[in-house]
Write a protein that binds this ligand. Structure first.
Ligand code: DGL
Length: 275
């Protein structure tokens, strides 16, 4: 049987931060990145539409030979992943896997000093900065409360950050970031999750302004994936390990090509596909 690849899916190019970390820290695996640049952003769409888009993307990646898909997009993980895992996978691809980013991120945020004792975390007030869709879904709060029933989760929706980042406007971001962080600071959040693929682009600024430690997915997903593959040798053994990378998008513009080079390195080459 031919070896399979790891798919990394995002609504756009922000997932390249996670993809870059995976390619650097777990370089042997073969990866296919898919960014739905023709339809980004997902963050202000309805859950039904996000679900439809995610199913199309997962289906595409499986047909392209992925054995495992990581949904780097927080909005899609929050609004549609469960349904894909419960309905679509068992029916169409029972031996493949689709993993999201929300549970590993919450585990990381709650671990800290009390690592290994998720039911008695040292933090009681968790902040989440995310898109409107992710905030509205309440998924971060639900998952955090499953691990730590007494935790209070404070969320702030930051709808202006993705367009600002995508359009090269990070130098104007500071007053906007301050505004979005204000409710989390007022709530005295003890950690702040960056619950969106794009926010690592503003990580240093957010760290400076947040008043609390910041949990960023480009610093943890590679470790969580390595743990997962070590616990699931039956999946790991089916994955190709020749270091291949493919960056696929549903629309290409000079702006997207620039962003891909900025976030993934000067050799980043985008290829257009239709879902
Ligand atoms: N990828 C999305 C996320 O992580 C952000 C961009 C969008 O709104 O589609 O939530």
């Amino acid at each position: 049987m031919p070896k399979m690849k790891i798919g990394v899916f995002d609504s756009g190019l922000g997932g390249l931060f996670v993809m870059r970390a995976l390619a650097q820290k777990l370089p042997r695996y073969d990866y296919v990145y898919l960014g739905d640049t023709a339809r980004v952003p997902y963050g202000n769409r309805s859950p039904q539409v996000v679900h439809q888009f995610l199913e199309e993307a997962v289906d595409f990646l499986f047909k392209r030979g992925c054995g495992l898909v990581i949904v780097a997009c927080n909005t899609a993980s929050a609004e549609a992943l469960r349904k894909i895992q419960q309905d679509y996978l068992p029916k169409h691809y029972p031996s493949r896997r689709v993993l999201g980013v929300i549970i590993p991120t919450v585990e990381e945020a709650l671990a800290g000093k009390s690592r290994g004792a998720a039911n008695a975390p040292s933090i009681r007030r968790l902040g989440v900065l995310a898109t409107q869709g992710t905030v509205r879904s309440g998924t971060y709060a639900r998952e955090a409360q499953k691990l730590a029933p007494h935790i209070k989760v404070f969320q702030s929706a930051a709808p202006l950050l993705v367009p600002l980042i995508e359009n090269g406007g990070t130098k104007w971001a500071e007053p906007i970031v301050r505004e979005y962080l204000a409710p989390l600071r007022r709530a005295k959040a003890q950690k702040i999750i960056l619950g969106c693929t794009h926010y690592p682009a503003l990580k240093d600024m957010i760290r400076k302004l947040s008043g609390a430690p910041v949990v960023s997915q480009d610093e943890l997903i590679q470790r969580k994936l390595a743990d997962y593959l070590a616990r699931h040798p039956e999946i790991d053994s089916r994955l190709g390990k020749t270091g291949k990378r493919e960056l696929l998008v549903t629309d290409i513009t000079p702006g997207y090509e620039r962003l891909a080079r900025k976030w993934f390195g000067k050799n980043a080459r985008l290829k257009k596909v239709a879902l």
